[in-house]
Design a protein around this ligand. Structure first.
Ligand code: FAD
Length: 215
C-alpha cells in the first residue's frame, strides 16, 4: 500500500479544485482498509468516493482515503430477481449501464447521477421518482471504531429523502465497502409517472417503455 504525500486532489473532485492532501492513499481491498485504520500514525481521515459532492475549500491536513474497491457479483438469482453486490468504488452511472446491458431493472431512472456506489446510501440518492432505497437490500460498512465489517439492512439504514443513518446518528463512523441491490430480471416495475419522463417518452412516441427507454 503506497501512501503519497502532498498529493494534488485536482483529479479527485468534480470541480477540479487543486487543493492538496497531506497524505493520500488509494484503497483497493478491504484488508488494506483494515490495515490503514489500525495505523495510529494517521489520525483523522477524509473518505473520498468519486468526489462529486465535495467542495474543497483548502488543503486537507489529514489522510485522504480514496475508496477504489472494485467488483460486481451476483449473490443470488432466480427466474425473476437478481441480487447484485457492488463494491464501493464502482462508478454509479457505469453500474446503471451495466444493469441495462443485462436487462436488470430498478435503477434505470438513476442514470447519470455522479459519484460512486459507496456514497449512494449516504444520501439515499434519487432521481425521477426513484430512490436507492427502492432497490436496496443491504450494505457492508467498516466501523471506524471497532475496525470490523458490519451489515446494514434496509431498515437499519433508516433512509429518508436524501437522508440515511450515515448522514445522521452514524455520521463519520463507517466506511461503506459494498452495496447489495435487488433488481428485476423481467416484468420490470418501470417508474414513468415523473413529468419529465412522461414528456420525453411521448416525444419519442414510446407507449410501452423498456428500462433502456427510461434511462
Ligand atoms: C452535477 C451533479 C448532479 C447531481 N445529481 C444528483 C441527483 O440527481 N440525485 C442525487 O441523489 N444526488 C445527486 N448529486 C449528488 C451526488 O451525485 C451524490 O451525493 C453522490 O452519491 C456522491 O458520490 P461521490 O462518490 O462523488 O461522493 P463524494 O463526493 O466522494 O463524497 C460525498 C460524501 O460521502 C462520503 N463518502 C464517499 N464515499 C464513501 C464511502 N464509501 N463510505 C463512507 N462515506 C463515503 C464522503 O466522505 C463525503 O462526505 C449530484 C451531484 C452533482 C455534482
Amino acid at each position: 500500500m503506497h501512501i503519497e504525500e502532498n498529493k494534488s486532489l485536482k483529479n479527485y473532485n468534480t470541480f477540479g479544485i487543486n487543493h492538496y492532501a497531506r497524505h493520500f492513499v488509494t484503497i483497493t481491498s478491504v484488508n488494506q482498509l483494515k490495515e490503514i485504520l489500525k495505523n495510529k500514525l494517521y489520525g483523522q481521515k477524509l473518505i473520498l468516493g468519486g468526489g462529486s459532492n465535495m467542495l474543497l475549500t483548502k488543503d486537507v491536513d489529514t489522510l485522504v482515503m480514496h475508496i477504489n474497491l472494485k467488483g460486481i457479483s451476483i449473490t443470488y438469482e432466480d427466474e425473476n430477481f437478481v441480487h447484485l453486490k457492488i463494491m464501493a468504488g464502482e462508478n454509479w452511472h457505469e453500474l446503471v449501464q451495466f444493469c441495462l446491458s443485462k436487462d436488470y431493472g430498478g435503477i434505470e431512472n438513476l442514470s447519470l447521477i455522479p459519484g460512486n456506489t459507496g456514497a449512494a446510501p449516504i444520501q439515499n440518492i434519487g432521481a425521477y421518482g426513484v430512490e436507492l432505497k427502492d432497490v436496496f437490500l443491504s450494505c457492508e460498512a467498516l466501523s471506524l471504531n471497532t475496525k470490523k465489517l458490519q451489515n446494514f439492512s434496509l431498515e437499519e439504514c433508516a433512509f429518508g429523502y436524501r437522508n440515511s443513518i450515515f448522514k445522521n446518528r452514524e455520521k463519520g463512523n463507517y466506511i461503506i465497502t459494498s452495496v447489495t441491490l435487488k433488481l428485476t430480471k423481467k416484468n420490470h416495475n418501470t417508474a414513468v409517472a415523473y413529468g419529465a419522463i412522461q414528456e420525453e417518452l411521448e416525444a419519442m412516441q414510446v407507449v410501452k417503455p423498456t428500462i433502456q427507454d427510461i434511462s
